[in-house]
Design a protein around this ligand. Structure first.
Ligand code: IMP
Ligand code: MG
Length: 188
C-alpha cells in the first residue's frame, strides 16, 4: 500500500454511526417533518458543502411538497467575540418570503455559523424557519443555539463521512467515523 493511502485509511479511527443507523434516523425525521407541515409545501435549504449528502437523503424521506435550495456561507470572528459576520459565498436563488424554510445542516459545533445564518434568513421574512441537523456537539457550543430537530448528539470528537470532511476528503464515506490524525482530537 502506498503511504498516501495508508494515511487516508489510518485517519478513519472508528465508526461512530453506521449507515443503517443514519437511514433509520432520517426516515424518522422525514415523518416528523411530514407531521409538522401537514401537507404545506416546504423549502429545504442545505448549507454546503457538508450537508449535501444529508440533504439528498432527507428530501427523499419527506412526502410534503418540497423544493430544495443551496447556500454556502463562511463566518468570520474577531478574537473571542461570539457575534460573527456571516459571508454568503453562494446565495439562494429563491425569494424565501413565500416559503416554510428548513435549514439542513451537517453538524452544529460552536453554533456560530447557524446562529448567523438564521439571523440573516429571518430578515428575509420566510413564512416559518426551522433548523434540522444531522449531528450536534453541544459540549462545544460558544453561542446559545439549539436546532429544532437533531438526529444524533455526539461527544467532542472530530468526525468525518456522510458529507463531513477533513481537508476535503472522506465526504463520500457512507457512515460517520471518528477522525484520527495521530496528534490531537480536535482538528484534522
Ligand atoms: P460552527 O459554526 O462551529 O457550529 O461550525 C459548524 C461547521 O464546522 C460545520 O458545518 C462543519 O462544516 C464544521 N465542523 C464542525 N465540527 C466538525 C467535525 O467534527 N467534522 C467536520 N466538520 C466539522
Ligand atoms: Mg458545514
Amino acid at each position: 500500500m502506498n503511504t498516501k493511502l495508508e494515511n487516508y485509511t489510518a485517519g478513519i479511527k472508528r465508526i461512530l454511526i453506521t449507515k443503517e443507523e443514519i437511514d433509520i434516523a432520517i426516515q424518522n425525521a422525514g415523518k416528523e417533518i411530514d407531521a409538522i407541515y401537514d401537507g404545506r409545501p416546504i423549502l429545504l435549504v442545505s448549507i454546503l458543502k457538508g450537508a449535501f449528502v444529508f440533504m439528498a437523503d432527507l428530501c427523499r424521506a419527506v412526502t410534503v411538497p418540497c423544493e430544495i435550495g443551496f447556500m454556502c456561507a463562511k463566518s468570520y470572528y474577531s478574537g473571542t467575540s461570539s457575534s460573527g459576520i456571516v459571508k454568503i459565498t453562494m446565495d439562494l436563488d429563491q425569494d424565501i418570503s413565500q416559503y416554510h424554510v428548513i435549514i439542513v445542516e451537517d453538524i452544529i459545533d460552536t453554533g456560530r455559523t447557524l446562529n448567523d445564518i438564521v439571523k440573516m434568513l429571518k430578515t428575509r421574512n420566510p413564512l416559518s424557519l426551522r433548523v434540522i441537523t444531522l449531528l450536534d456537539k453541544p459540549s462545544r457550543r460558544v453561542v446559545n443555539f439549539t436546532a429544532d430537530i437533531s438526529l444524533f448528539t455526539i461527544p467532542d470528537h472530530f468526525v468525518i463521512g456522510y458529507g463531513l470532511d477533513c481537508g476535503e476528503q472522506y465526504r463520500n464515506l457512507p457512515y460517520i467515523a471518528e477522525y484520527d490524525n495521530g496528534k490531537d482530537k480536535t482538528s484534522c
